[in-house]
Design a protein around this ligand. Structure first.
Ligand SMILES: Cc1ncc(COP(=O)(O)O)c(C=O)c1O
Length: 328
């Protein structure tokens, strides 16, 4: 198998740490993989995927990284920050209208010099059309664009979490544990897809489970199965992808993508106070709250060690700071 070109961007390996006070409170050993520490400005899970996506962009001699996401997209912020770090340009197409205040991720997008187009939901969906337009616009300036899909979740980007699975294998050996589950949030599917393949490829011998923060279980099963096929065709793996279990636990989206229930904010406060770790209301707080609810209801009973992947996203907390205290 030939993995794609990779450029080293993240501070790796990230630590695997026990959450001792939370573990005592919930009667289950919970660990946290600190992928929030992959960088400062480009922190979180996206940088692992972008090591491959941008590696590919550089191999194709691109000058401008074009990508899509919500106004508070962590992926867009990481892409913009890395483009600046590498002397490239970035153009972000953000779903929605321009807010009055540039806060959180959007503040960083602006600070690092990203070009930003705000697009209403219908226009946002016309990605092929928008990309062709931007491609022609930049070509007119003698610049080559490279298209990175939402969340860098395609057969290229998912190598980031195949690689993380290999890192986790070494973490487990060092900690002397054989976890029964690796748990994460899923938003565009790439982190989960990479972890599932990595689990099989590197022989972690565990179960990978994700809580969806948008869409539903059927959507993610379909998206991830499709990415598995693209990955296998492109990189020529002998892995039997049809046999790989895609475990998505639905039911915790709450009021919608980017919107959280008071329980999620309560979990964010609990984890911050007990462990000094900051989660966000869009991804990690929602998924961690879901994990605690599953533990409380006995669904994770008998599991010896559970590893939660902290995929970052702290900047997404700032635009919602009001709700953090309203519910307290
Ligand atoms: C902080 C954070 N956690 C988790 C996710 C979900 O990862 P993925 O998009 O690979 O499913 C995202 C992005 O969607 C994210 O920004």
């Amino acid at each position: 198998m030939n993995p794609p070109a990779r450029i080293s961007l993240a501070r790796l390996p990230t630590p695997l740490e026990p959450l001792s006070r939370l573990s005592a409170a919930y009667g289950t050993r919970i660990w946290i993989k600190r992928d929030d520490l992959t960088d400062t400005v480009a922190s979180g899970n996206k940088i692992r995927k972008l090591e491959y996506s941008i590696g590919q962009a550089l191999a194709e001699e691109a000058d401008v990284l074009v990508t899509w996401g919500g106004v508070q997209s962590n992926h867009c912020r990481a892409t913009a920050a890395l483009a600046a770090r590498l002397g490239l340009k970035s153009h972000l197409v953000l779903r929605g209208s321009e807010p009055n205040e540039r806060d959180g991720n959007l503040l960083i997008d602006s600070l690092v010099g990203a070009e930003i187009t705000f697009a209403p939901p219908e226009r946002y969906q016309e990605m092929d059309h928008t990309y062709k337009h931007l491609q022609a616009q930049y070509a007119g300036q003698g610049l080559k664009t490279y298209r990175i899909p939402v969340g860098a979740s395609d057969e290229v980007g998912l190598w980031g979490y195949i690689n993380c699975a290999n890192e986790l294998k070494q973490d487990f050996e060092s900690a002397g544990i054989s976890p029964d589950a690796i748990v994460s949030a899923t938003g565009s599917g790439g982190t989960l897809a990479g972890l599932i393949i990595g689990n099989a490829l590197h022989g972690l011998n565990t179960r990978v489970v994700a809580f969806n923060v948008c869409d539903d279980e059927a959507y993610f099963k379909q998206k991830i199965s499709k990415d598995f096929i693209l990955w296998k065709d492109r990189y020529g793996s002998g892995l039997d992808i049809d046999q790989l279990p895609i475990n998505v636990i639905d039911g915790y989206v709450g009021p919608g993508y980017g919107r959280a229930t008071p329980e999620v904010f309560e979990t964010i406060r609990e984890v911050a106070r007990l462990e000094g770790i900051v989660l966000d209301p869009v991804y990690t707080g929602k998924a961690f709250n879901a994990l605690l609810q599953e533990i409380r209801s006995g669904k994770f009973e008998g599991l010896s060690d559970i590893v939660f992947i902290h995929t970052g996203g702290m900047l997404g907390l700032f635009p919602q700071k009001q709700k953090l205290f309203e519910s307290g």
